[in-house]
Design a protein around this ligand. Structure first.
Ligand code: HSE
Length: 434
């Protein structure tokens, strides 16, 4: 076969139109890198009239017809959402076409079935653009680091929330004010729920954990808290101990010790946390993304860059497109994805975490002892205690050692009930403190 490889593009929004532009403008370079010319076979959209820039002969509303056309070799899915993207991808595999997707929600919900369908058909499924936009992180996990043992993958994988938290730290603003500014400037969508409540980051965490630990992890397995409860006080308290607040997607391999999971397990969570300003992730500001990987042999690695936007996301899609096109030329699919380790997914209650707690108390004999007693009763060890103020307006700031998250949250609930505690003014998990 020497004719051009033909690409079906499903969706032509911000990312799709950027992909189409590069495919047309740089067809020569892409073809040279693939080893065969590449051209667009068609572009499936819902409303062709909304795409005056796309040559009319390429536009179709029949996405299923396009992906199953005999002359189509590769499918690029940038529609997003679960359906019809899933049916179209399955139809593409059935028809022997490789798929490049940017669809985090679908991969996080149904990655196992989609990989199985691709493997059965002997074709490729790549989705670098689904996590952290332009940043190459899935291919490094899937290929470059596949010979290593990974212990943790911690990411700032949502630009909207990182922008909001960065502004809160810079200006002292509360969450509502920073969100309003992010919306005004176009960093946050009109309905910011998926970003602000951590759904977007949770889908990305599921994908990262699945690849890092060779274990199927779905979005429903991911513990999730968003940033809407983060207060200006939390951010100020973080600064007082040399930390900054970030929404982290934390994927880790947790050693045994749990009665219900005697072997290793994986814990996957998304929540705001304080991290030391010396941590590489702390310097990731504004809408940027980064993923920090800890591996047994490689040590620590950091991947940083633009996590969203048409052109950056198109870069990741096109990288995958060249990879799957090369496989097509050689006639052998690229490396697949394994779930052989099949580790149990640990509940958040059993996941070891550390807390930073700030309490308003009266500065009287016995108050600190009573507070410490609650930590002890829940078998939570205290790392540091600091008191500021005196008389009726004293503040106790406590950082714990690591303990099961359920023990820490039960301690907080008990503190809220103590007569000596006037108020629990800040509670945040802490990551990366020595
Ligand atoms: N909405 C995401 C973000 C980008 O704010 O980072 C797409 O995943």
């Amino acid at each position: 076969m020497t004719g051009p490889l033909k690409v079906a593009l499903l969706g032509c929004g911000t990312v799709g139109s950027a992909v189409l532009r590069v495919l047309q403008d740089q067809a020569g370079d892409l073809g040279a890198r693939i080893g065969r010319p590449v051209e667009v076979a068609g572009v499936a959209v819902r409303r062709p009239a909304h795409h005056p820039d796309v040559p009319a002969h390429l536009l179709t509303t029949d996405a299923h017809g396009l992906v199953t056309r005999d002359d189509v070799d590769l499918v690029v899915e940038v529609i997003g959402g679960i359906e019809p993207a899933r049916s179209l991808m399955l139809a593409a595999f059935e028809a022997g076409k490789s798929v490049v997707s940017a669809n985090k929600a679908l991969l996080a919900e149904d990655g196992v079935a989609l990989h199985a369908a691709a493997a059965k058909a002997g074709v490729d499924l790549y989705y670098e653009a689904a996590v952290a936009g332009a940043i190459p992180i899935l291919r490094p996990l899937r290929e470059s680091l596949v010979g290593d043992q990974l212990s943790r993958v911690v990411g700032i994988v949502n630009g909207t929330t990182n922008y909001i938290l960065s502004r809160m730290a810079e200006t002292g603003a509360g969450f509502g004010e920073a969100l309003a500014e992010a919306t005004e400037l176009g960093y946050a969508e009109a309905d910011p729920t998926a970003d602000v409540d951590g759904f977007d980051a949770a889908a990305k965490a599921a994908i990262l954990a699945s690849l890092a630990f060779h274990t199927p992890v779905s979005a429903v397995d991911v513990y999730r808290e968003g940033i809407s409860t983060v207060t200006a006080t939390d951010v100020a308290r973080a600064a007082e101990i040399g930390c900054t607040v970030k929404l982290l997607a934390i994927c880790e391999r947790v050693g045994n010790g749990s009665p219900t999971h005697p072997g290793d397990s994986v814990a996957v969570r998304v929540h705001p946390a304080m991290i030391p300003t010396s941590h590489p992730l702390a310097s990731v500001g504004g809408a940027f993304n980064a993923v920090f990987v800890e591996a047994e042999a490689a040590g620590q690695l950091m991947f940083y860059g633009q996590g969203a936007g048409g052109e950056p996301t198109a870069s990741a899609v096109l990288g995958d497109l060249v990879a799957v096109a090369r496989s097509r030329v050689t006639g052998a699919p690229g490396p697949g994805v394994t779930g052989y380790a099949n580790l149990a997914v640990r509940s958040m209650a059993e996941t070891p975490t550390r807390y930073h707690v700030s309490l308003d108390v009266a500065d009287k004999p016995g108050v600190l002892a009573a507070v410490a007693q609650e930590f002890a009763r829940h078998e939570v060890s205290i790392s540091t205690v600091r008191q500021t103020g005196r008389g009726d307006a004293a503040t106790l700031v406590i950082v714990t050692h690591s303990a099961p998250d359920a023990a820490l949250s039960a301690t907080i609930a008990a503190l809220r009930e103590m007569p000596a505690v006037r108020g629990v003014t800040s509670v945040l998990r802490v990551e990366g403190l020595s």
